[in-house]
Design a binder for this molecule. Structure first.
Ligand SMILES: [Zn+2]
Length: 476
């Protein structure tokens, strides 16, 4: 289909965005790959293998490309300019480094000229550019716009690059051609399940959090057309989502650990029923009542997902954002994870983000429980050195078929490229060090690369079968 036809169908009204990006790989700019002290054969062999090996990206929040091409009308796009690359994650480091709220608001405002935005960032840039969040952005600027250093001199080139890149076909170009990603798994932040325009590239999780927190009568209940008058009706609502999307989804996802620990008790329906009725009558629930209801519905959704052979992805550890994370709660996540695995041995749990900073405990969890999987998504940019340390230790401790090594975890697509580069660098270092320290043979390290970068994901999420189904899907 021609570019114009495609854009009409996709509802884009941005004319300069209508020129498709030429297909085919563009050589990666490799300046950031030069780690000068690493010239040995082991490092060379492993880095070559890791660069060539595609990732399956097991966690993103990407909005649809079509939504990006409509500019700042999407609630997740503050400002359709280069600052969008800094708007997810690095924005938190900027505030924590001391940027005043007023400057921050102007920086991300669509009303500020994109070129003038540099002056607002400049005082804080030296403090944030080398964090994992900062590195992912710097690498994206380098690989996408050929800008080595963000500055007053280069900001115009960055903005021009942003506009030239953001056009029809840029998701596939960035994810597949540049980042060498085979497919992504998207947890939509705007709907329980997103019917993607690119269903085999942007595979989807079913978001279950609204099934048990609240629960979200409007967002989950309304689309089903079911009149909810009892707990049994709500069970039917949950069933409806699985019946409709269970076979297309790759997993289910909950980020409920942002508001409580993942210590879910198996509460029977008769105990939850009166609480649910009180909720329907708009009664104020006590925190104990809320936990009773959430716990019951969590397990209802988890059992349903298990019936559909879908793994349960749970947020653990570090919180996105700033000035609110209670470490006293997070420290319990690994202990609660062991309880979940023990209570539901047939359910596969994917614990995300290595429960940073409590990652040593997560290695113990994966080593002990058959049904515990660890996903390193997001961890490479929270703390790249800790993520490398985790991977090194994991690979000589727990079975290598239960680890997933990459998820960009981004809303904008551009910094996924930076994150993938940071992750590849970390994997190369972890494997090379294991070989140089003689814990692993070079052959075994090379063999492991395929497992940890894509083969595990393919198996855990049944991707061969899902791809076949999604190839011909017609959303209704
Ligand atoms: Zn996420």
């Amino acid at each position: 289909m021609g570019a114009i036809g495609a854009s009409v169908i996709m509802g884009s009204n941005i004319t300069e965005a209508n020129q498709p990006i030429p297909a085919g790989p563009t050589p990666q700019r490799d300046a950031l790959w030069q780690l000068s002290r690493h010239t040995g054969n082991v490092y060379q062999a492993i880095s070559q293998k890791v660069l060539q090996t595609p990732f399956i990206d097991t966690h993103e929040h990407l909005i649809e490309e079509r939504e990006r091409l409509t500019g700042a009308s999407h609630p997740r796009v503050n400002s359709d300019d280069w600052t969008l690359l800094l708007s997810h994650y690095l924005n938190s480091d900027m505030l924590v480094a001391g940027m005043p709220q007023e400057s921050y608001d102007r920086f991300f405002s669509p009303k500020t000229d994109p070129i003038d935005k540099w002056a607002l960032l400049e005082p804080y840039w030296p403090a944030v550019k080398n964090t994992g969040y900062g590195q992912a952005v710097q690498i994206a600027l380098n690989q996408l716009y050929e800008v080595d250093k963000l500055s007053a001199k280069t900001v115009k080139k960055v903005q021009d690059g942003y506009e030239k890149t953001r056009r029809q076909g840029f998701y596939k170009h960035i994810l597949c051609d540049l980042a060498n990603i085979e497919s992504c798994q998207v947890n939509s932040l705007s709907r329980p399940f997103n019917e993607s325009d690119m269903p085999t590239l942007l595979m989807q999780d079913i978001s279950i959090v609204g099934m048990f927190v609240g629960p979200d009568l409007e967002g989950f209940g309304k689309p089903t057309g079911i009149q909810v008058k009892s707990l049994t009706d709500w069970h039917r609502v949950i069933d409806w989502w699985f019946d409709k999307y269970g076979k297309y989804a790759v997993a289910v996802k909950s980020q409920n650990a942002y508001s409580r620990d993942i210590n879910y008790d198996q509460v029977p329906a008769d105990k939850a029923e009166p609480v649910f009725r009180k909720r329907l009558d708009n009664g104020q629930l006590s925190s104990d009542e809320r936990k009773t209801l959430e716990d019951h519905l969590f397990w209802y959704a988890v059992e349903k997902a298990t019936e559909y052979n879908l793994p349960i992805k749970l947020h653990t550890g570090y919180y996105a954002g700033e000035n609110r994370m209670p470490l006293a709660r997070l420290i319990n996540n690994p202990c609660s994870a062991t309880e979940l695995c023990r209570k539901a041995p047939k359910t596969r749990f994917v614990f995300m983000h290595i429960a940073y900073p409590y990652y040593e405990e997560m290695i113990a969890l994966a080593k002990q429980y058959t049904n515990a999987y660890i996903d390193m998504c997001w961890s490479w940019i929270i703390n790249p050195v800790a993520a490398k340390d985790f991977l090194k230790k994991y690979l000589v401790t727990a079975p290598a078929n239960k680890i997933l090594t990459f998820g960009g975890d981004y809303i904008p697509v551009e910094p996924v490229l930076g994150h993938a580069t940071v992750a590849r660098r970390g994997i190369v270092l972890a494997l090379s060090e294991l070989v140089e320290e003689e814990w692993l043979s070079l052959d075994d390290a090379i063999e492991m690369t395929d497992l940890i970068m894509h083969q595990n994901a393919r198996k855990i999420f049944n991707l061969t079968e899902k791809t076949k189904l999604l190839k011909d899907v017609k959303w209704t």
